[in-house]
Design a protein around this ligand. Structure first.
Ligand code: UD2
Length: 316
C-alpha cells in the first residue's frame, strides 16, 4: 500500500483521482487552496468510493513549508494543483505563474526532500500550440501560445530537471480537454463542455469563440484517471512525457450539436471573436501511452458526454 498526496485533490480531475485511490483502499492526503476546488468534490469522491473523506490540508502548494508538510511520509505525489485556464492566464499571467510554476517547483523540492518515490504531473496539450502536424506526438516541439501553455511547458521541464539532477522519479501526463462530472461551469473560464451543458439545460444560447470549426480531443475523466494511475506504477518511465487522451477530434460546432441533441435544446449559438491564446486544432497520438502504460481509452467521447449530461441534470 502506498501513501498518496493529491495536490488539487478537491478539484475536478483531482477529486476523480482521489475517488479511485480510495476505492482501491489507498491512503490519500489532499492539498488544495480551494481556489477552483471545493470540499463538496472531496465529499462526493469519498461517498462514491464508500470511504471516509481523506486527510485534507488547505493552502497554497507554492508555500514551501506547507508543501513540505504535505509531502511528509508520502510515496507518490499526483500534482494536479494549477490555475487551469488559457484565457485566465492571458488576463492574469502573474497569478497563473505563481500557481503553475512556483507551485510546481515547491512540490518538486518537497517531494525530493521527503524521499517521494514518484511524482506524476498534470501536463497540458496546450504546449503543442499551433504545430500543424496532427495528431500530436510527444516529440514535437513546444509552441506555447499562452502564459498557461508556457507554464505547463516549464513545469514538465522542471520535472525532467529534477529527475536528471536529483534522481527524483517524475512523469508528465499531458491531458487533452478533460471533461466529466464535477467539472464546474461556474466561471467564464470553465471548460467548454461544462458551459455548453449548462447553457443547454437552462435553455440559453452558448457562446462560440470563432467560427466553431476549432477541434479538440475531448477526453472523459475516467480515461485520465486510468492513465495517471498506470503512470504511478509502470516501470522504467521516469522522466517521460506521455499524452493521455481519446485520439479523436470534435469541432465546437459538432460538440454543441451533440449537447443540444442530448438535452433537447433549441437555442442556436452566439458567435464571438476568437479567444486570444487559443489554438485551432488538437488531437493526441496515444501510441506512447499504449506502449509504456498499456493505456487505451476506456470511455469513448459520446458515452462520456452522456454520463456528463446525466450528472449535470441530476440523473447521474
Ligand atoms: C486547454 C488545453 C487543455 C487543458 C485546459 C485547461 C488545449 C488544446 N487544451 O483547453 O488540455 O489544459 O486548457 O483546463 O490547449 N470556447 C467557446 N465557448 C465557451 C468556452 C470555450 O467557444 O464558452 C472555446 C474556446 O475558445 C476553445 C474551446 O472552446 O477554442 C475549448 O476551450 P476550453 O476553455 O474548454 O479549453 P482549452 O482548449 O483552452
Amino acid at each position: 500500500m502506498a501513501r498518496f498526496l493529491v495536490t488539487g485533490g478537491a478539484g475536478f480531475i483531482g477529486s476523480h483521482l482521489v475517488e479511485e485511490l480510495l476505492r482501491r483502499g489507498e491512503t490519500v492526503r489532499v492539498l488544495d487552496n480551494l481556489s477552483t476546488g471545493r470540499l463538496a468534490n472531496l465529499e462526493a469522491a469519498a461517498a462514491a468510493a464508500g470511504a471516509p473523506v481523506p486527510e485534507f490540508l488547505e493552502g497554497d502548494v507554492a508555500d514551501h513549508a506547507l508543501a513540505r508538510r504535505a509531502a511528509e511520509g508520502v510515496d507518490v505525489v499526483l500534482h494536479q494543483a494549477a490555475m487551469p485556464s488559457v484565457p485566465r492566464s492571458v488576463a492574469d499571467p502573474v497569478s497563473a505563474n505563481h500557481a503553475n510554476i512556483d507551485g510546481t517547483l515547491a512540490i518538486l523540492v518537497a517531494a525530493r526532500d521527503a524521499g517521494v518515490k514518484r511524482l506524476v504531473f498534470a501536463g497540458s496539450s496546450s504546449v503543442y500550440g499551433d504545430a500543424l502536424e496532427m495528431p500530436k506526438r510527444e516529440d514535437m516541439p513546444y509552441k506555447p501560445l499562452s502564459p498557461y501553455a508556457l507554464q505547463k511547458q516549464v513545469g514538465e521541464q522542471y520535472l525532467q530537471m529534477f529527475t536528471a539532477l536529483y534522481g527524483l522519479e517524475t512523469v508528465t501526463i499531458r491531458y487533452f480537454n478533460v471533461f466529466g462530472p464535477r467539472q464546474d461551469p461556474g466561471s467564464p473560464y470553465s471548460g467548454v463542455i461544462s458551459l455548453f451543458v449548462k447553457a443547454a439545460s437552462e435553455g440559453r444560447a452558448p457562446t462560440i469563440y470563432g467560427d466553431g470549426g476549432q477541434t479538440r480531443d475531448f477526453t472523459y475523466v475516467a480515461n485520465v484517471v486510468d492513465g495517471v494511475l498506470r503512470a504511478t506504477t509502470a516501470p522504467g518511465i521516469s522522466g517521460q512525457i506521455i499524452n493521455v487522451a481519446t485520439n479523436g477530434r470534435v469541432s465546437l460546432n459538432e460538440l454543441w450539436a451533440q449537447v443540444r441533441g442530448l438535452l433537447g435544446a433549441t437555442t442556436t449559438p452566439v458567435y464571438g471573436e476568437p479567444r486570444a491564446g487559443d489554438i485551432r486544432d488538437s488531437q493526441a497520438d496515444i501510441t506512447k501511452a499504449a506502449t509504456l502504460l498499456g493505456y487505451r481509452p476506456i470511455v469513448p467521447f459520446e458515452e462520456g458526454l452522456r454520463r456528463t449530461v446525466a450528472w449535470a441534470t441530476g440523473r447521474g
